[in-house]
Ligand binder design. Structure first.
Ligand SMILES: Cc1cc2nc3c(=O)[nH]c(=O)nc-3n(C[C@H](O)[C@H](O)[C@H](O)COP(=O)(O)OP(=O)(O)OC[C@H]3O[C@@H](n4cnc5c(N)ncnc54)[C@H](O)[C@@H]3O)c2cc1C
Length: 618
């Protein structure tokens, strides 16, 4: 034993002290600024005569087809492995390897891990252990600390447990740095740190039939046993790189946005950033404020919607201080909004309960068929995209740059983004858009990026190339009954789960917010909430029944997977683009990044009342 592990004399449980200190005080930043220019905070009207007619549909198709097969990504292998180093914390706290047993082992200490601990401990499950790859809590908000990072869902709804914490976010869209601090305060307040092994990556999770336990192995030499394993390892945690010829030759500094290197002083430097997705859209305006020259290499433009950031008002603080349950009620209202853009705009009057509905419900003379409904949605998405394109023209002065910044795909088909400073940044003389459509950057050499024979020499190259969806090793290394891995099962049968939370042949295992896992809204922490409640319900049910092992029945899993497939097929026209949501256009129906149906709660409630989908063993 060393100082990192001690025994609590009251409970007999191990208490950990493995949280690593922050690597440097230079790691700090802010999110969206509050702007006064009203023009930047409003979408232009839909241009007259905007109809998603055959000509526009053909244009969308061309845009998509030109990019087919262009997305070639790779993991951080070989010399790129260094991009995965934890640059945010001091080195790991030394500790002995653990070979003992706990009741519940959770992988991940993001909001998933934090909310699970809150619910589990409240319900009396305290023999719970967390393994986290990073040096501290926060997950997404631990790893992503690029300048400009902020929450895209309004923070009064996104941050869970605000009343319990007595906290009000400073801004409507809080910065990632504020969210990380909130996670740390949450962990402190609810005693999470005592239960977490930081700088501990789970390498393998194997079901042992004889003992009815999972054997969990980590990169710290641990071989722990647990009756239950909960994967709360997130879906966007493994960064990926675009595979570009010659990338290993670059002699300047380089890093991925999810490991921002604050030791490099970017002031006055010539900087290139590859990728223009949600991260880049937030980082570019901040980079533009400090670098000498900025080259933004774009393959596909994002839809850049209005942000309209604001600070929390004194009036709101005063009202909420006297309104118990204000945040829970707000989260509940947020979860009722079914249209993505409406959710993200986050109408304050509706969310505060001052008005009942945001839009007048539309009444049709007869019930529309599913196809007609999809067409209506496509038409309205087209009108939104027309506004988004008109915004580009209204803001960006150079017509060639403006043309390149206009996206042609259904709204919401790729991750929508929001910013009021991104488009104006391209009017600055030192910010250059390099349009590499439709195939992307083709070459990197020792000095910088080369595109169509033009070399762009760079001091620093930043990869804003996103994440491997579901790419964490955990999914690949869960071995269930009969020695079969979850990866093998899903590769041969397609994604097969019940509620996204269970997979047949993997007893006593829960997957939080994994594939096919619905129950949430556009607010991710909402799904985490629903899944955490479900996990607690199942554990309590098993306790009551005296059951030691549970699995889902194959038939129930198949019925649910069929439902997910049918939903994906029905909504396919809304996702007619190349995106990580649809596996770059290759995902089979039922295997998309997110569950698209609205029936998760129906399936859950039915299962909880009949218990039919479950097989319990004593
Ligand atoms: C840049 C960015 C911005 C986002 N913005 C929003 C937003 O505005 N609104 C919204 O609703 N959602 C947003 N999301 C989604 C966000 O991921 C969720 O909101 C939420 O934070 C997910 O929490 P989680 O705990 O499920 O996963 P994560 O936060 O990803 O945490 C999972 C943790 O598991 C750890 N882990 C993974 N594998 C292992 C392993 N094998 N062993 C040990 N530990 C492991 C990881 O290190 C990580 O810390 C954003 C995501 C990203 C990447």
């Amino acid at each position: 034993m060393n100082a990192a592990i001690r025994i609590d004399p009251e409970t007999g449980l191990k208490v950990f002290n493995t949280r690593a200190a922050k690597a440097s005080e230079k790691i700090t930043g802010k999110g969206y600024s509050v702007l006064t220019d009203q023009k930047l905070k409003e979408l232009p009207e839909t241009p007259a005569g905007a109809i998603f007619n055959a000509e526009e549909q053909a244009r969308y198709r061309m845009f998509k087809e030109a990019r087919r097969g262009a997305a070639d990504y790779m993991g951080m292998e070989g010399e790129f492995k260094k991009y995965l180093d934890d640059v945010y914390s001091e080195p790991p706290i030394p500790r002995e390897a653990l070979t003992d047993e706990c009741e519940i082992l959770v992988v991940g200490a993001g909001f998933g891990g934090l909310l699970l601990w809150h619910r589990l401990s409240e319900a009396g499950f305290v023999d719970v252990r967390f393994c986290e790859k990073g040096g501290d809590v926060g997950g997404t908000w631990y790893w992503n600390r690029y300048p400009g990072i902020a929450c895209d869902v309004e923070s009064y709804s996104y941050l869970p447990l605000l009343e319990e914490m007595g906290y009000v976010p400073s801004m409507k869209f809080a910065s990632g740095f504020e969210i990380l601090e909130y996670c740390q305060n949450l962990a402190q307040r609810f005693g999470f740190y005592d239960h977490c092994l930081f700088h501990t990556t789970v390498k393998g999770t194997t079901w042992d039939e004889a003992s009815g336990r999972w054997i969990v192995e980590t990169d710290r030499g641990d071989k722990m046993r647990a009756r239950f394993v909960i994967l709360a390892n997130g879906i966007l945690t493994t960064p990926k790189l675009a595979r570009i010829a010659g990338m290993e030759k670059f002699q300047g500094e380089s890093f991925h946005t999810s490991r921002w290197n604050y030791n490099i002083d970017l002031r006055g430097k010539t900087v290139g950033i590859i990728g223009t997705g949600a991260t880049s859209v937030q980082a570019v305006p901040e980079l533009a404020k400090i670098v000498g020259q900025l080259y933004v290499f774009q393959r596909t433009p994002s839809s850049i919607d209005v942000r309209d950031q604001r600070a929390t008002t004194d009036e709101e603080r005063a009202t909420w201080a006297n309104e118990p349950g204000w945040a829970r009620a707000r989260r509940a209202r947020f979860s009722k909004i079914s249209a993505g853009r409406t959710a993200i705009q986050a109408n304050d009057d509706y969310l505060a309960g001052k008005i009942q509905d945001i839009k007048q419900p539309k009444h049709h003379e007869r019930e529309l068929t599913p196809e007609e409904l999809t067409q209506k949605q496509l038409d309205s998405n087209f009108r939104i995209m027309e506004q988004i394109r008109a915004r580009v023209d209204a803001i960006v002065k150079d017509p060639k740059t403006a043309a390149a910044l206009k996206p042609y795909y259904p709204y919401g088909c790729k991750r929508p983004t929001f910013h009021d400073e991104y488009l104006p940044a391209f009017n600055l003389p030192h910010v250059h858009l390099v349009d590499t459509a439709p195939r992307g950057v083709g070459e990197i050499n020792a000095r910088g990026v080369v595109h169509e024979g033009v070399e762009y020499p760079l001091d620093v190259l930043i990869y804003a190339t996103g994440f491997q969806w579901m790419g964490t090793s955990t999914f690949n290394m869960v071995t269930g009954r009969g020695g079969r891995t979850l990866k093998e099962k899903w590769e041969t049968e397609g994604t097969r789960t019940f509620l996204g939370l269970h997979s047949h042949g993997f007893p006593n295992l829960f997957i939080v917010t994994g594939p096919q896992g619905g129950g949430g809204s556009f607010n991710f922490t909402d799904a985490i909430d629903a899944h955490s409640d479900y996990v607690v319900w199942m554990l309590q049910t098993m306790r009551k029944r005296g059951a030691r092992v549970m699995d889902v029945r194959k038939e129930s899993e198949e019925a649910y997977a069929d439902h997910c497939r049918d939903v994906d097929i029905a909504t396919a026209p809304l996702r007619d683009c190349i995106s990580y949501y649809n596996g770059e256009g290759n995902a089979a129906p039922g295997s998309l990044a997110y569950y698209g149906g609205g029936k998760w709660h129906k399936f859950r409630l039915q299962a909880q009342s009949t218990l039919e989908p479950y097989k319990f063993e004593d």
